[in-house]
Design a protein around this ligand. Sequence first.
Ligand code: AMP
Length: 428
Amino acid sequence: MKILTLNCGSSSVKYGLWEMPGEQPLAQGLIERVGLADGIITHTVTGRDPVRRDRNFPTHGHAIEAVFEFLTDESHGVVGDVGEIDAAAHRVVHGGEQYTHSVLIDDDVITAIEDNALLAPLHNPNNLAGIHHAMTIMPDKPHTASWDTAFSAAFMPDRATMYAIPYEYYERFGIRRFGYQGLSHLYVTRRAAALMGEPSSDVNIVSLHIGNGSTVTAVAGGMPVDQSLGFSTCGEGLVMGTRCGDLDPTIPLFLMKHAGLSADEAEDILYRKSGVLGLSGRFVDRREIIDAATAGDTRAELALEVECYRIRKYIGSYSAAMGGIDAVVFTAGVGENSAVHRAKACEGLEFLGIEIDDDKNRAAFGRTAEAEISTADSRVKVFVIPTDEELVMAVDAEAIIEDRYDIPTRFRYTFEESGFVPTYLRMG
Ligand code: AMP
């Protein structure tokens, strides 16, 4: 069975074609700058060098057409025609309280994606655009949705999900903590358990997805019990590229009352002009932050310190929330690549049993291996694990189509088995 995975972001489309069972990636690609000038598609067939083309993609429709064009291309394609693709698995950010695991897309699911756009206005509409276009090209094939909210929203206890505001706002508007980036947290925590040789039900893990957007999940016995990003995709928790993370709720109110900002302007500042960009005044890319801090730029140094201190606080508080931990996992662009962030985030946590080996930490870089970076004596294992959300989507879609899917905490993923080879190694 050939399964296409599609992830439509606001200005990008990430895709992959998988041969299942066996989780063999046939091709992967990324279309950037959708709806903007100077679009780019990078298409990689397994075992070959990437092909890069400059082309403009005015809409998500144009981008999805290009995905099928490249997959069926005479020189760079991996299938003869679209009919050889058996199913499409779509990443959707917000499934609300209703969708707590991956599902086959039907009219009710489409309506739920539209309804939940109120909670994820930057994401759900783009996800839906991708679904509509792919359904037009593959009208008779099954399409599945895998939700970013599902892993955490389904399992967190009320004490973690409820905000201490009048209960009626939960009842009227569904204001609660959902948690995001669940496909990534699911993948890396299952891999960490596998690397420890334990079933995921036997270990407590703090999972750190640190990228442009960042989240931390407390996963106890395979179940998410708390998550840093709460109600919206733009708010709480860790310091991100342009988003503030944890904030005294009176600050936006103060800005609106005393700095003359409208609600939209306050939102723009907190979502797009805060985070390490707001603190440094110049940089979003953490490589630039590290370089500038090293060169003595005090604002860049401040941004780095605030970001890493916030991560450290979450490791501590989630360790307490779970009554102790067995592992910490770093993933995503910053988590996989920045030894500086990992070292600073774990500084002073020896009292929790977390000890980093500096040489192993420095050596863990790039999507080439899963690394254990803790010392031999460290009671808590610290891992760097390249994430693979698309693989979770493909495995879920295959299982749904074969009618053997179950909720994530009961479903045993192939990537939990010993001998599993990560996708980046299979890509050659
Ligand atoms: P993501 O959203 O997961 O794609 O992560 C994007 C972030 O990863 C950007 O802020 C990059 O600066 C950061 N990143 C990539 N490589 C490195 C590196 N070597 N050191 C620090 N940050 C990095």
